[in-house]
Design a protein around this ligand. Structure first.
Ligand code: MN
Length: 254
């Protein structure tokens, strides 16, 4: 099995090494093609107004001066010697739960893989505490990654479907198991624009997404993590809304 490992935290991120170790539990044919620099929050963006550069670290380890989507495209189009059977993206430093999947470069790299018809899995380690700049313990991902992925790596994913895996912020032996769950939604309104002043007196801002998530709905990824489980959520790229189709059919009768 040929595996491509990528991420959005960049080629030097500790979580990438965790993903590589998980990949090596399944194969020796592991390729790493990841962004040169951190691309958290890049979503599914694609670089088309600037050139991309590749940096070869060794035969099967390349960084790309772009987004996670750029990295997957360059892996498939230029770097790899034949298409991978599996794409692993992560392990992200921090959660990619609920609607955050749409902001996530980690999840978007797996989306790109799913669009290419390749079995693709995003992995994220939820952290507890002050901020993601603090050490993120990857213990749950390290211990539970191979176990959670074993049934997935050769499973027949439906077309356009990827799997989003989040590991809870617990010691490995405190994790209660693996739970299949739906994508949840957080309460909207946790974003803050944090204002500072630069040395010349002009304001600048940092967008910051707070941790508030209300009471998670049962059966969601948010609930699974709150209950101490590895959350395994299938996502797909068909963004069509069935309710919206019915509404629009009513507005535009044939
Ligand atoms: Mn990230």
């Amino acid at each position: 099995m040929r595996i491509l490992v990528t991420n959005d935290d960049g080629i030097h991120a500790p979580g990438l090494a965790v993903a590589e170790a998980i990949a090596r539990a399944f194969s020796d044919d592991v390729w790493v093609v990841a962004p040169m620099e951190e691309q958290s929050g890049a979503g599914h963006s694609l670089t088309i107004t600037r050139p991309l550069r590749l940096r070869r670290h060794d035969d099967r380890r390349v960084s790309v001066s772009g987004t996670p989507t750029d990295a997957v495209m360059m892996a498939l189009l230029e770097v790899m010697d034949g298409a991978p059977d599996l794409i692993l993206s992560g392990v992200n430093r921090g959660a990619n739960l609920a609607e955050d999947a749409t902001y996530s470069g980690t999840v978007s790299a797996a989306m790109e893989g799913a669009l290419a018809g390749i079995r693709s899995i995003a992995m994220s380690q939820v952290y507890a505490g002050e901020g993601v700049g603090a050490d993120v313990p990857f213990a749950a991902a390290e211990a539970w990654g191979p176990r959670a992925l074993a049934p997935l790596v050769e499973a027949p994913f439906p077309a356009g479907t990827l799997v989003n895996v989040n590991f809870p912020p617990l010691a490995a032996d405190a994790v209660r198991g693996v739970r299949v769950c739906a994508q949840g939604f957080r309460d909207y309104g946790r974003a803050r624009a944090v204002r500072h002043t630069d040395p010349r007196g002009f304001p600048y801002y940092w967008l910051n997404l707070g941790p508030a998530e209300g009471t998670p709905a049962p059966g969601t990824d948010l609930a699974a993590i709150a209950d101490g489980y590895v959350a395994v959520t299938p996502l797909h790229l068909d963004l069509t809304s069935a309710a919206g189709l019915a509404m629009l059919d009513g507005l535009f009768p044939a």
